[in-house]
Design a protein around this ligand. Structure first.
Ligand code: FAD
Length: 415
């Protein structure tokens, strides 16, 4: 291992692996730093299929998808260290960065010209959704339950309730049912599912697991272990409706209430965070407001598919390898927050130019809409959507025809 690299990639999940390979393909010396003992990120525990349709044209399991990426990385000239946690990063006088790493062999320091933040995301916990009642054993995040079942081989429950209809929760509803547990139901406070429509069909409907919309968990009951859960319907302000309360005997509550990009390292570098995504603001090169620092994958925004995670990693790695400090001429991609939840990248750097891989989510479930992207008075995107859902991320590629001064993403009716 060297002490100075062209590109240091923080995180060895699909985003980090793709970033490292594409940076190495540009001739850069690259180091991946991964805190877990094995590379592959969260895909290691996602043993169901459905990954890789866009990237590989095949339905792969999470571990199969990760294995392909790891194989490609091993064939490139990339250094990597595992069981190594990046605890701090600071800018040094020559314009590069110094990383402090807690590794199995103790503390170490590495320097790099550029950084790619690919630290993934973490799950929201029960404390972040304010459930009343006791805190006995038996409350798990869906990812923890997934880790227990798929990696450790332990069954965390015999009869459970799932709060939140995020993808991991629905996937775990199916997984636990297949392993012999009874999933009493999935409870979602909103009036639409939070995860992909395909997961509602394949993970809940196909297994007769009821999905209760506009319903939430109001209380956890239990001394040492969960004994029951109280649920209630909610009104349009998400307030529980008193006379709809119901007690469900069970031994576990599984939470699938959202994911948050991991950005502690980004914050140490004063990287600006977008309130809408909880990830960094970036331009089309996936560069943050701090020159030389790039962000991709779920650390940037929570993606639906690993394929898009890899795509953003590839772009971030390529641009990190070719980065030269220069003047930036940044145009903000404006959008109406009544129509869109968020858009990534949030900026277009006119000096860099080139293609823009744009990801967005609609604010509401809407049908027969058109989405446009205007660069000044040039409409470079004009696309019909039969249906747009907040739970389904859309991805498009566009290229401005000339030097631009403004960019606006907008929605209109489909006639
Ligand atoms: C619990 C959970 C379960 C999921 N299950 C599914 C599923 O079943 N199906 C699906 O389609 N998608 C699932 N996803 C979405 C999945 O995260 C993405 O598809 C994809 O794996 C994201 O890739 P990534 O590289 O951005 O992040 P990750 O795969 O999370 O990889 C990030 C890596 O960065 C490392 N890291 C973080 N911080 C540091 C640090 N400071 N120093 C060193 N290393 C660090 C982590 O250990 C991790 O290996 C799940 C997500 C989570 C959180």
């Amino acid at each position: 291992m060297k002490q100075r690299y062209r590109v240091c990639v923080l995180g060895g999940g699909p985003a980090g692996l793709a970033a490292a390979v594409s940076a190495a393909n540009e001739g850069a010396q690259v180091l991946i730093i991964e805190r877990e003992a094995k590379l592959g990120g969260i895909l290691k525990q996602c043993i169901h299929d459905g990954f890789g349709l866009i990237r590989f044209g095949q339905r792969l399991t999470g571990p199969e998808y990760a294995e392909r990426e790891i194989k490609e990385m091993l064939g490139s000239k990339v250094d990597y260290i595992t069981s190594s946690f990046v605890t701090n990063v600071k800018r040094i006088s020559d314009g590069g960065f110094e990383l402090e790493i807690q590794s199995a062999n103790g503390m170490m320091k590495v320097q790099s010209d550029t950084l790619v933040i690919a630290c993934g995301c973490r799950e929201k916990t029960s404390r972040q959704v304010f459930i009343h009642g006791d805190r006995p054993a038996g409350i798990y995040s869906a990812g923890t339950a997934q880790y227990f079942v798929n990696i450790m081989g332990y069954m965390p429950t015999k009869r459970c309730v799932i709060l939140g209809s995020g993808d991991i929760g629905m996937i775990m509803a199916r997984r636990l049912t297949l392993e012999g547990a009874e999933v009493e139901g999935v409870y979602e406070i909103k009036d639409t599912p939070a995860g992909l429509a395909r997961n509602v069909a394949q993970c809940l409907d196909d297994f007769d697991i009821p999905l209760h919309l506009s319903t939430t968990v109001t209380r956890v009951i239990g001394d040492k272990r969960v004994e029951a859960i109280e649920v209630a319907k909610v009104d349009k302000n998400f307030c529980p409706i008193e006379n709809t309360k119901r007690i469900i005997p069970c031994d576990s509550l599984i939470l699938s209430v959202g994911l948050l990009p991991e950005n502690e390292i980004a914050q140490k570098l004063d990287i600006e965070i977008d309130f809408a995504t909880k990830g960094a603001y970036v331009d089309q090169c996936f560069m943050t407001n701090v020159p030389g620092v790039f962000s991709c994958g779920n650390a940037l925004h929570v993606n639906d598919l690993a394929d898009y995670v890899s795509e953003s990693g590839e772009l971030a790695g390529k641009y990190a390898a070719n980065f030269r400090p220069s003047q930036r001429d940044i145009v903000k991609i404006e959008y109406d927050s009544k129509d869109f939840l968020y858009v990534v990248p949030q900026y277009y750097d006119v000096t860099q130019g080139g293609e823009l891989s744009l990801y967005f989510r609609s604010k509401t479930d809407c049908k027969d809409r058109k989405v446009y992207l205007d660069f000044d008075d040039d409409t470079v995107l004009d696309k019909k959507y039969k249906r747009l859902l907040p739970s389904e991320m859309e991805a498009v590629k566009v290229k401005p025809k000339k030097k631009v001064t403004s960019a606006t993403l907008r929605m209109g009716d489909f006639k």
